[in-house]
Design a protein around this ligand. Structure first.
Ligand code: NDP
Ligand code: GDP
Length: 325
């Protein structure tokens, strides 16, 4: 009998890579997707990975508990990966209430559906390094205090603690992965790495001339999404549920990440980069740097892709994608 997994957020970056990984392990994969009026747009990442026909997509929404009950009943899961969220920090100031409804309360909805219908299923919650916000320690680990700096981060903090609470209250096998930024050619275009690689590709192909960015002094610990979904799976294979920081242990400025992309395309960053004050955030997370020692010691997990290799992969993928349209 193959193992059965539900992935909420299967149409997103991590959901697509995780679905591919689980399919390769022989899982039967069920994905929760919200209905869209745009035909063929919803599963574009699954199509990019060539797995759109191998997963079972079920219509549902994290804000509709009735749909989650129905999905858990239908899928009879061994594992549930809760990746769905309003995931973009900048949008969370424009839509703070929706962000709370989905990214915070949506976690309780999913936990309740699992607790009542499949209480033995192992549960993964997609927590975020953004919860550290105004950092309280130079390198952030599982014991570092949180200080969220955006409505998104506040909502994620709720999702994190409700997962811990359901583990402690009901004995659920519920784990929370505190993942630092992770990127790939499937990253949403609004996030800074993909915005940079897409625009660099456009400049290279003569389709654009300028790249507009906000705070390029911000520092992030960037890894590859393909590596990070493996860590999610590893957490659910442990005897005991627990919380883990997943990171590379290296931090880089947006400026230096950007330079890698321009240099790879044979372009000079200073000829194209424009700083736009409108792109600065109301409250910034200046620097994030993860300490993944626990994940290495307990899960045997380590990142395999350098920032340079990842940015080069993303620039090349964007050039190929734009050249084919
Ligand atoms: P994406 O933005 O690519 O994907 C988010 C997914 O959530 C999409 O499938 C989206 O569906 C779905 N979704 C949004 N709202 C709802 C809803 N109301 N009901 C059902 N599904 C919904 O995010 P990533 O793949 O990058 O991230 C996965 C998770 O990990 C997210 O929770 C994110 O916050 C978290 N995270 C990500 C990090 C990163 O660096 N990538 C770092 C730390 C945490 P649709 O396609 O319809 O929009
Ligand atoms: P986040 O860490 O989840 O907010 O991931 P992002 O990729 O959205 O942003 C990473 C950092 O890049 C933040 O400190 C942003 O302020 C900074 N940044 C600078 N310019 C931009 C921009 O144009 N878009 C985005 N998304 N981020 C930018």
């Amino acid at each position: 009998m193959s193992r059965r997994a539900i992935i909420t957020g299967i149409t997103g970056q991590d959901g697509a890579y995780l679905a591919k990984f689980l399919l390769e392990k022989g899982y039967k994969v069920f994905g929760v997707a919200r209905r869209s009026s745009h035909f063929g747009v919803v599963d574009h990442r699954l199509r990019w990975l060539g797995i759109q026909n191998d997963v079972e997509i079920i219509d549902g929404n994290l804000s509709d508990l009735s749909s989650l009950y129905r999905i858990v009943q239908q899928a009879e899961p061994d594992e549930v990966y809760n990746l769905a969220a309003q995931s973009f920090v900048a949008s969370s100031w424009q839509q703070p209430i929706l962000t709370a409804n989905i990214t915070a309360v949506g976690v309780t909805n999913m936990l309740e559906a699992v607790r009542q219908i499949a209480p033995k299923a192992h549960f993964y919650q997609a927590s975020s390094s953004e919860m550290y916000g105004k950092i309280q320690e130079a390198a952030q680990s599982e014991t570092t205090p949180f200080y969220p700096r955006s409505p998104y981060a506040v909502a994620k903090l709720y999702g994190h603690w409700i997962t811990v609470n359901y583990r402690e209250s009901f004995g659920m096998h519920a784990s929370s992965g505190i993942l630092f930024n992770h990127e790939s050619p499937l990253r949403g275009i609004e996030f800074v790495t993909r915005k940079v690689t897409d625009t660099v590709a456009r400049i290279k192909l003569g389709m654009a001339s300028k790249l507009h960015l906000g705070n390029i002094d911000a520092k992030r610990d960037w890894g590859h999404a393909k590596d990070y979904v493996v860590a999610m799976w590893m957490m659910l294979q442990q005897e005991e549920a627990d919380d883990y920081v997943i990171a590379t242990g290296r931090t880089t400025t947006v400026r230096d990440m950007c330079r890698i992309a321009f240099e790879h395309a044979g372009l000079k960053m200073d000829d194209h980069l424009v700083i736009d004050p409108k792109l600065f955030r109301p409250a910034e997370v200046d620097v994030l740097l993860g300490n993944p020692a626990k994940a290495k010691a307990k899960l045997g997990w380590e990142p395999t892709t350098s920032l340079e290799d990842m940015i080069i992969e993303m620039v090349d993928a964007d050039i190929a994608r734009l050249s084919s349209v």
